[in-house]
Design a protein around this ligand. Structure first.
Ligand code: GAR
Length: 192
């Protein structure tokens, strides 16, 4: 990383935002990386409280702004991030944004894609499906975002064992731990 040029991240989140917090903590004292803003599509998302506590700007947008206008695209153009990081963001990114930031949008999926991906497979739905399947492994997939949902090039996968005693919530906890460990690291590597 070249000294003097701060790399900028913009994060998207829809829920609790524990990944946002893990990324924020990881880069807290980093001289060359800053989080410009967190964008959320949920007016009452827990991530908003987290951002207030962490002193990170948070912007809310609705469905109309995202899919029927260039509002979010324009905000992103102004912020001019080096990477856009989806951290528990549950809407499909529109083509205009994918094209404008080709190769600079990352997502984390809480399973080993291509398994348990696609429409309707997000958050606890994924962990419940893993539990029901009896799979002995699950994990995370960090991938680029393209126009096909959950189908962009894979950057990193990491696995964790699932035991028959694990509830879907236990699986979620294990997967979250992997996310906190790997997502910030991958972001840093890509910024380098
Ligand atoms: C994370 O496990 C993330 O992988 C998943 O949502 C959770 C958000 O947790 N993302 C998806 O399912 C995207 N399809 P968080 O809000 O506590 O970071």
């Amino acid at each position: 990383m070249q000294a003097g040029f701060k790399k900028k991240l913009v994060l998207f989140a829809s829920g609790s935002g524990t990944n946002v917090e893990a990324i924020a903590n990881y880069f807290q004292d980093h001289p060359d990386v800053s989080i410009s803003a967190v964008l959320t599509n949920k007016r009452d998302a827990k991530v908003i409280d987290r951002c207030n506590r962490l002193n990170i700007s948070v912007l809310y947008f609705n469905k109309w702004a995202f899919y029927r206008s260039d509002t979010v695209l324009e905000i992103l153009r102004k912020l001019n991030p080096d990477l856009i990081v989806l951290a528990g963001f549950m809407w499909k990114v529109p083509k205009s944004i994918v094209q404008a930031f080709e190769g600079r949008i990352l997502n984390i999926h809480p399973a080993l894609l291509p398994k348990y991906g696609g429409k309707g497979m997000y958050g606890m739905h994924v962990h419940t499906a893993v539990k029901d399947s009896g799979d002995k492994q699950t994990g995370i997939t960090i991938h680029y975002v393209n126009e096909a949902y959950d189908k962009g090039a894979i950057i990193r996968q990491a696995q964790v064992a699932v035991s028959p005693q694990d509830s879907a919530e236990d699986i979620a906890k294990k997967v979250h731990q992997l996310e906190y460990q790997h997502y910030p690291e991958v972001i840093r590597e890509l910024l380098n």
